[in-house]
Design a protein around this ligand. Sequence first.
Ligand SMILES: Nc1ncnc2c1ncn2[C@@H]1O[C@H](COP(=O)(O)OP(=O)(O)OP(=O)(O)O)[C@@H](O)[C@H]1O
Ligand SMILES: [Mg+2]
Length: 242
Amino acid sequence: MINIRQISKRFGQKKIINDLSLQIEDGERACIIGPSGCGKSTLLKLLTGLSKVDSGDILIGDQSLTNLDEEGLYKLRKNIGFAFQSSALFDSLNVEKNVGFSLCETPDRASDSLILDRVQEMLDLVGMSGFEKAMPSDLSGGQQRRIGLARALANRPKIVLYDEPTTGLDPQLCSNIEDLITNLSKKLNLTSIVISHQISTMLRTSEKIYFMHEGRFLKPESPESIRNSTQAPLHAFFKGVL
Ligand SMILES: Nc1ncnc2c1ncn2[C@@H]1O[C@H](COP(=O)(O)OP(=O)(O)OP(=O)(O)O)[C@@H](O)[C@H]1O
Ligand SMILES: [Mg+2]
């Protein structure tokens, strides 16, 4: 479903993504890890067309991103949910308006009652019904993450991208969010890509773990195989902590 073909991306003199290829199947739960600054978030931006590749191509289904105009990109993004790092909720909007945001800000806007129904369905999914009128500042960090997930899922996307969904949360909240990501992916048959530095998140939310090294991926590991990986950069990265 997601087919990344030999893409490269540089910023100034620095080549961040270097001839990187990756194929993620429908329904796969993938995790991307790697040192800070190696290009993980950049890759997510390329996947959603927020940034453009210098060379190579990305296909979502059979749709190539390279030549899509704004309208094409807009349609494509409706199928991709993006849960941003640190939730990135709109401070001035209540929970209901945050979750329904992408449904309201669209030319083919559904009726208010349909939007409210969908918001309710999403809040139920993430265990946050009853918080419709709360403001983001009234919520704990973990609750904000849940609302961020509800917002990412509101368009019923088939692909969901999570950028550091658990960073900065206490172990119990981490494990709640990890369970939520895994259960939602299974229940809704989503294809998911989680970026994380959190070891528990990497091990608990994914089937395949891709380590980014020098602008491309090493051979993927599974949560079971990664501890005994013989790939040197992985070994060095986790030395003593895995
Ligand atoms: N718009 C931009 N202009 C210039 N440089 C950029 C831009 N976006 C990212 N970079 C650079 O590209 C590199 C990769 O950044 P990116 O945000 O993808 O890293 P990351 O792997 O997500 O790191 P982290 O784990 O810290 O979030 C960094 O050196 C960053 O400074
Ligand atoms: Mg990042």
